[in-house]
Design a protein around this ligand. Structure first.
Ligand code: ATP
Ligand code: MG
Length: 451
């Protein structure tokens, strides 16, 4: 019991088992929660396996949701989490490579045999305080091996999602995948078309969010699965070893990170870099980056918001990294910020600015170049923030002000407004009055130059 006592929500899971037992049924903790407790890891969810049928479970728990009743699964919702209570079952024939056509209620042993991996097929009897192991899962747990229950070829043929679960769960636990299981991952990787893109992307997301994401990326690459799932990313191909290695280095540097745009930027980064190297004209880069992000993330069915944020990060991180050596480190009083540096402050002053900053910092740390410069600019940015809005202060001068002093609307006016705002941010201009004087001066100067 002690092995569970530190797990969140254990007391609720224990009460669920007690209620079932009190009504005369068997009730064990099952699957991932037993595995995690034996490994001393935190579990996110508790599953309970029982010989009670759904119609016998429901009356014991008035708030239960019979969402998977035909598969023998009843959900018990609590505040912020849920416990799944499932009747011992064996799965019938699998026809579509994903779901059994029917399930039969059965006994604990059959229920263990239908589960995907041996370490996921353990039960725990709370009363007797013992693990119930029909598949040698405890031994694999001790050896830190992920192994299919039964013949991996058959098990992956039944349900192809298991191919991805194998890579994700092995990385999550930092286990090795047993040889014939890994062979089957490679063999069935090409047959994932029957799995919905949402489920596939869900597993990729989980893999990338793991602190041990390097292992998942490595296994995806070595098994050939990466090429199946992400055909537009060339760096997973065998002759692009350097790019793959750089991605893994960055993946390692990330540590704890689950923001989607950071994860997708990691995945796409080397591809974006290769576009950069092939470029003749720097201005061609943003649309190429946007096109690539759109292509890959649409295919993965990511949300518009994720696509837009990832595009922002990948289009601009080089602007932060490639800043020329500046006056920034001159002793005080320093010179003005360069134009490029002001542009960086404006890039940071955007809803996606923090993600951009964090991604650029990670790449700078990897390349061991530009970290101090980025930190300096971030400090400069923070020092200029308007306390109330948490953003850079609004511009002193707007279009109306310029019209009032005789400007006519047009592209020139936009350029002047931008110039004035830059002056305001750098401190070059002291107030609105000075800004308007500067506007007039700029107009005269530009008029002269255009003659
Ligand atoms: P985690 O919750 O950390 O992602 P888990 O092993 O608990 O890992 P769940 O998806 O919560 O995974 O599933 C609970 C249990 O149900 C698993 O431990 C496994 O026994 C079984 N299971 C889940 N998905 C499958 C599947 N596709 N095929 C066979 N058994 C499965
Ligand atoms: Mg689980």
């Amino acid at each position: 019991m002690e092995i569970f006592s530190h797990q969140p929500h254990f007391s609720q899971a224990m009460m669920v088992c007690q209620a079932l037992k009190g009504a005369g049924f068997k009730a064990y903790l099952a699957g991932g929660c037993v595995r995690d407790a034996l490994l001393g890891r935190l579990s996110h969810d508790f599953d309970v396996a029982t010989d009670a049928r759904p119609e016998q479970i429901e009356p014991l728990f008035p708030k239960s949701l019979p969402v998977g009743k035909q598969f023998g699964v009843v959900i018990l919702p609590y505040q912020g989490f849920q416990i799944e209570v499932a009747t011992f079952r064996s799965d019938g024939e699998y026809r579509d490579g994903r779901h059994p056509t029917e399930v039969q209620f059965s006994n604990p042993e059959q229920d263990a045999l239908r589960r995907d991996f041996t370490v996921n097929a353990l039960f725990y009897d709370l009363d007797e305080q013992r693990v119930i192991d029909y598949v040698d899962g405890v031994s694999d747990l001790q050896k830190r091996i992920l192994r299919s229950v039964g013949d991996p070829q058959r098990r992956f043929a039944e349900d192809r999602l298991r191919v991805l679960r194998a890579i994700r769960i092995a990385a999550q636990l930092e286990f090795d995948i047993e040889r014939s299981t890994f062979q089957a991952v490679g063999d069935w990787g090409a047959e994932l078309a029957v799995v919905s893109q949402e489920r596939i992307t869900g597993e990729i997301r989980k893999m990338l969010a793991l602190p041990s994401r390097v292992q998942a990326l490595h296994d995806l690459q070595v098994s050939g699965l990466a090429q199946q799932l992400l055909p537009d990313l060339k760096y997973f191909l065998p002759n692009h070893e350097l790019s793959a290695r750089r991605t893994k280095h960055l993946a390692h540097l990330y540590g704890k990170e689950s923001r989607p745009a950071m994860l997708w930027a990691l995945l796409l980064w080397q591809e974006v870099e290769s576009l950069h190297q092939e470029l003749e004209n720097a201005e061609d880069w943003p649309p190429l980056v946007a096109g690539l992000v759109e292509l890959v993330l649409r295919h993965l069915k990511c949300s518009n918001h994720e696509i837009q944020e990832t595009t922002y990060v990948l289009t601009h991180y080089r602007d932060l990294l490639d800043l020329p050596e500046s006056d920034a480190f001159k002793p005080f009083p320093r010179g003005q910020l360069h134009n490029d540096e002001v542009s960086t402050l404006l890039l940071l002053d955007h809803p996606n600015g923090v993600t951009l900053l964090d991604f650029a910092m990670a790449v700078a740390a990897l390349e061991d170049q530009g970290v101090e410069q980025i930190l300096f600019l971030h400090t400069e940015y923070l020092s200029r923030l308007d306390r109330q809005t948490g953003r850079l202060p609004p511009s002193w001068v707007n279009g109306h002000d310029l019209v009032e002093i005789g400007f006519s609307p047009g592209p020139e006016m936009g350029l002047i407004l931008e110039e004035l705002y830059r002056g305001q941010i750098t401190g070059d201009l002291k107030d609105k009055k000075e800004a308007l004087t500067k506007a007039r001066a700029l107009r005269t100067e530009w008029a002269k130059n255009s003659k």
